[in-house]
Ligand binder design. Structure first.
Ligand SMILES: Nc1ncnc2c1ncn2[C@@H]1O[C@H](COP(=O)(O)OP(=O)(O)O)[C@@H](O)[C@H]1O
Ligand SMILES: [Mg+2]
Length: 229
């Protein structure tokens, strides 16, 4: 399983934000996209999901071209998206949030047991409102909501944002375990975390990939500069 982005441009109205981003995320690996605030990380994921204008580029999931498909069709094609800020529905229960996630896959009839094994707290809190969960629990719910549709690729936008260190570690373990089943694309500003769990890293600056390699192959000096500019 592989997600391949090639030469992707993205615009907000007149403003061009991505200038030809190319990256590949494969099953068996955690692929990280890192960069400082405003570099274009979220825009890359939104472009992938069909949520911003993309005048050019190619997005292939297991060889199938997704460019031109509306957002719901990309989700149905097998991309699970965990947006920045989680965006769970606070008024709905945990169970209802998970049911909404299943709508991305017409074959999904119930929450796969593995999801509750990964996140036992969600079974316990099935009838609680999403808004009553802690930040870390909401993040787990957001990841679970993407997983219930049994995606081929899982893309996560800053899953560690605003979360306590102990929970960050737990989320790191979960992401690492998931790579055996899906291609994982992790967007992060928290560099240490990303370098710790990623097998392959892309560094983005002003909408362009400026470095790519395994964590220990990256030019550390250049990386520090990119992240702190
Ligand atoms: N809705 C929007 N309209 C116009 N410009 C935007 C919008 N969202 C983001 N941008 C701009 O696009 C650039 C990249 O933003 P973003 O992808 O959110 O960065 P990151 O996720 O790396 O912090 C920034 O310069 C930001 O100001
Ligand atoms: Mg962002």
């Amino acid at each position: 399983m592989a997600l391949e982005i090639k030469g992707l441009l993205a615009t907000y109205g007149e403003g061009m934000v991505l200038h030809g981003v190319s990256l590949t995320a494969k099953k068996g690996k955690v692929t990280a996209l890192v960069g400082r605030n405003g570099a274009g990380k979220t825009t890359t994921l939104k472009a992938l999901m069909g949520l911003v204008e993309t005048p050019r580029g190619s997005i292939r999931l297991d060889g199938r071209e997704l460019m031109g498909l509306p957002a719901y069709a990309r989700a149905r094609a097998g991309i699970g998206y965990v947006p920045q800020g989680r965006e769970i529905f606070p008024q709905l229960t945990v169970g209802e949030n998970l049911e909404l996630g299943m709508e991305a896959n017409p074959e999904a009839k119930e929450v796969p047991e593995g999801v509750f094994e990964t996140f036992p707290i969600l079974r316990e809190f099935l009838n609680r409102r999403g808004g009553d969960l802690s930040g870390g629990q909401q993040q787990q719910l957001a990841i679970a909501r993407a997983l219930v549709a049994a995606p081929r690729a899982l893309v996560l936008d800053e899953p560690t944002e605003g979360i306590q260190p102990s929970v960050v570690q737990e989320i790191g373990r979960v992401i690492t375990a998931l790579k055996k089943d899906v291609a994982v694309l992790l967007v992060e500003q928290y560099l240490e975390f990303a370098l710790d769990i990623a097998d392959d890293v892309y560094v983005i600056e002003k909408g362009e990939i400026v470095q790519h390699g395994a964590p220990d192959e990256l030019d550390q000096e250049k990386l520090k500069e990119t992240m702190s500019l």
